[in-house]
Design a protein around this ligand. Structure first.
Ligand SMILES: [Fe+2]
Ligand SMILES: [Fe+2]
Length: 271
């Protein structure tokens, strides 16, 4: 299976780049499955239902979230009607929506997508490791699903690496989101799982992790309320990871980073 995962879409800049470029990108990469993290799509905070619809129209198959899941309140009553939008699986029982989705491709192949929140340097939440374990046990790789993708929305690289090694050989891809900064450690782990500590964002990199650099920098200089943060509005770089998997085992046979447009050095997968 050919899987494209794109990191946190930030604001209008990220949304416009994604909807404009994803259709061509998906066909150029011959991607079977596209997963997009959408937690910052709405002015940096949350995801509105119409934005998720635009991502699906552009070619996304699943949209994951994170610590900003509920910043746009409209999504709370809506998420139970749209199973392709997933929120962290380790939110407490009774939380609206689901933490995973099994996408069924046109040819019948199935892919499990799971979203979890980390706990280091983040708001308290249930155990993400046991949450992923429960999802993986319910949808065994190479049996009930041909691929499994874990989006670990977390601050600490250590926690994301631990997640990768914990599920190495049991899922196709463990990829981090949330820091908005792409890492260069994309690899296939010893057991066959593709891994990248952070996919980076789909947003303007002339910024402080997607937000306008003046106000966002001032926050670190003085402890008084400053103007409200707003997303940077320059050209976005689409950032993510591309993985090719074996449909029999569900494990990765190739992995490559993607950085397209905007200011970052460009990287187009050739696998
Ligand atoms: Fe984010
Ligand atoms: Fe986040």
């Amino acid at each position: 299976m050919r899987i494209l995962f794109l990191g946190d879409v930030v604001g209008r800049s990220g949304r416009d780049a994604l909807t404009a470029q994803l259709p061509e990108l998906k066909s150029r990469l011959r991607a079977d499955l596209v997963v997009v993290n959408g937690e910052n799509a709405s002015h940096g905070f949350g995801l509105a239902p119409e934005m998720a619809r635009a991502f699906f129209t552009a070619g996304a198959d699943v949209v994951s979230l994170g610590n900003h899941s509920w910043d746009r309140k409209e999504i709370i009553p809506w998420i139970d009607q749209e199973p392709r939008v997933i929120r962290p699986a380790n939110y407490p029982p009774g939380t609206p929506g689901k933490g995973s989705f099994v996408a069924v491709l046109g040819d019948g192949r199935k892919a499990l997508v799971v979203n979890v929140l980390g706990r280091l340097f983040m708001e308290p939440v249930d155990d993400p490791f046991r949450a992923v374990q429960a999802e993986v046990q319910a949808h065994p790789l190479g049996k009930s699903v041909q691929a499994a993708i874990i989006d670990v929305h977390a601050e600490a690289s250590s926690e994301k690496a631990a997640m990768g090694h914990s599920f190495d050989g049991l899922v196709s891809l463990v990829v981090g989101t949330h820091t908005h900064t792409p890492t260069a450690d994309h690899q296939i782990l010893a057991g066959g799982t593709a891994y990248m500590t952070d996919a980076g964002m789909c947003g303007d990199y002339d910024s402080v992790i997607g937000m306008q650099k003046g106000a966002a920098s001032l926050r670190f200089w003085r402890k008084v309320p400053t103007e409200k943060l707003a997303p940077a509005e320059g050209d976005a770089t689409l950032c993510g990871i591309f993985v090719v998997t074996d449909d029999t085992t569900g494990l990765a046979t190739g992995v490559a980073p993607l950085r397209l447009g905007g200011r970052l050095s460009q990287a187009m997968p050739t696998i």
